[in-house]
Ligand binder design. Structure first.
Ligand SMILES: CC(C)(COP(=O)(O)OP(=O)(O)OC[C@H]1O[C@@H](n2cnc3c(N)ncnc32)[C@H](O)[C@@H]1OP(=O)(O)O)[C@@H](O)C(=O)NCCC(=O)NCCS
Length: 315
């Protein structure tokens, strides 16, 4: 039996499609306006996939950037989180393996919508810690534009496209905490992608109620499981669903001005499984995150699934 070891994040990468859709653009498509969208969601603009941007091409681009950042040229596990993958087989992680030329790497798709990246990181972290993988690439990638009803003003102002990724490697010490994950009874259908054609829909008020009442307890459980206190955290990366969810959560937890809160939703919209790694990677590459600092990751949404962990940022 091999000894358990730790794991760590080695690098970050992301990809956003070129096309930017502003709130004013949306106001020309449905009955809405910039003021409503900003005040109800915090979103100013979002990126939308072009004809050549797919879940796997964007995921592969983010993965390549993360591998460059980490200084690694190979990986033996790819875990990809997405709720907008188009094909049942080969799975999208398998396509990324082929695209990146990662000869023989294991490939797993995870579909837990907005918490998908944290689930995927949990699986990758355990694999590296157990020694069933040495280097894992963990990706969140979404083309939510493909499942958006562009005539429905209550949802089309929220959704967006993009991808984020990290590389996980082994370490003598655990620098990624055990994942806290689960689902919320009674909310299974609160956020859905279903129908023919498949369309995103949600009970926005029900989610808002859950987020304002119960999400803080889960965030505290993530800290407790990691064996740290709120004060030990330098960066908070919550799922970028709505600024009106992030802000009360930050307040209820007691986050201080010294600590960084990711607010990528303003310029990226809600990219479901991609939102946390996308926001983190952008901030990391802008040099805004402290090297060796600690970040709390917390995703929640479709399913209704949630997951999170505390990670140490690379040195
Ligand atoms: C979706 C969400 C932004 C809607 O905000 P809200 O304040 O709850 O707004 P409501 O749905 O109550 O709508 C209020 C009014 O604005 C209108 N409205 C809805 N979308 C609009 C838009 N884009 N522009 C202008 N008006 C709009 C509604 O028709 C409604 O009008 P009415 O009062 O005349 O019926 C909000 O509920 C939310 O973000 N919830 C959480 C979503 C989430 O986190 N999902 C996770 C998925 S991953």
């Amino acid at each position: 039996m091999s000894d358990l070891r730790g794991s760590r994040i080695l690098g970050f990468g992301h990809f956003q499609p070129e096309r930017v859709l502003t709130n004013d653009d949306l106001a020309r498509m449905v009955e809405t306006n910039d003021e409503w969208i900003r005040s109800r969601t915090g979103i100013r603009e979002r990126h939308i996939a072009g004809p050549d941007d797919t879940v796997y091409t964007m995921g592969a681009a983010a993965a390549r950037a993360a591998m460059d950042d980490a200084g690694v040229t190979n990986a033996d596990l790819v875990v990809l989180a997405s709720t907008t993958a188009t094909d049942r087989s080969p799975n999208t992680a398998g396509r990324v393996v082929a695209e990146l030329g990662l000869d023989g790497a294991a490939a797993i798709d995870v579909n837990t919508a907005c918490s998908g990246f944290e689930y995927a990181l949990g699986l990758a972290e355990q694999s590296v810690r157990l020694g069933t993988a040495n280097t894992a690439v963990v990706i969140g990638s979404e083309t939510l534009s493909a499942i958006t009803d562009w005539t429905d003003r209550s949802t089309c102002v929220l959704t967006a496209d993009g991808a984020g990724a990290v590389v996980v490697g082994s370490d003598p010490v655990a620098r990624i905490s055990p994942v806290v994950w689960g689902t919320v009874p009674g909310l299974t259908d609160a956020v859905r992608v279903d129908g023919d054609p498949q369309r995103f829909s949600q009970d926005g008020r029900q989610i808002m109620r859950w987020a304002l009442k119960d999400a803080v307890g889960i965030a505290r459980r993530i800290l407790q499981t990691a064996g740290v206190t709120l004060d030990d955290i330098d960066v908070f990366a919550f799922h970028q669903a709505n600024r009106r969810i992030i802000e009360p959560l930050v307040k209820a937890l007691g986050v201080t001005d010294r600590q960084i809160v990711i607010h990528d939703i303003e310029v990226s919209g809600n990219t479901s499984a991609a939102s946390v790694p996308l926001g983190l990677s952008k901030a990391w590459h802008r040099g805004e995150l402290p090297r060796g600092g600690r970040a709390l990751l917390f995703g929640f949404g479709g399913g209704f699934a949630y997951a999170g962990q505390v990670v140490e940022l690379p040195e």
